[in-house]
Ligand binder design. Sequence first.
Ligand SMILES: [Zn+2]
Length: 128
Amino acid sequence: MNKQDAASSLKEGLMQADSPRARRELKTVRVMIALFCRAHHKAHGGLCPECNELFLYASERIARCPYGSDKPTCQKCPIHCYKRDRREQIREVMRFAGPRMALRHPLLTLWHLISGRRKPPERKKLGQ
Ligand SMILES: [Zn+2]
């Protein structure tokens, strides 16, 4: 996976996400995965294949989110649409990148915190 591929996968993901909210969520996820990848996989200027796959998976989930523009952040979402192993993976990324995000991307983090407080529009329990 080279730099170009990683960049075009981000673009692809952004094109799938059609609401501004989903787009911002996607950007946040991308930044978090990149932080994680740089620290753990020593990838330079992009994501390693593994993290790129995770990002593509996440962007697909975000794009298909039934909440659309009312989307809560995934952490607060009552629909757990991630597969089990992907959820573990993204959780690990968030745990690592969360505190670091605040330093490097204060605005994105602020947005993430604020939107995380929003209640999902409808409380549905779908298993889990
Ligand atoms: Zn990686």
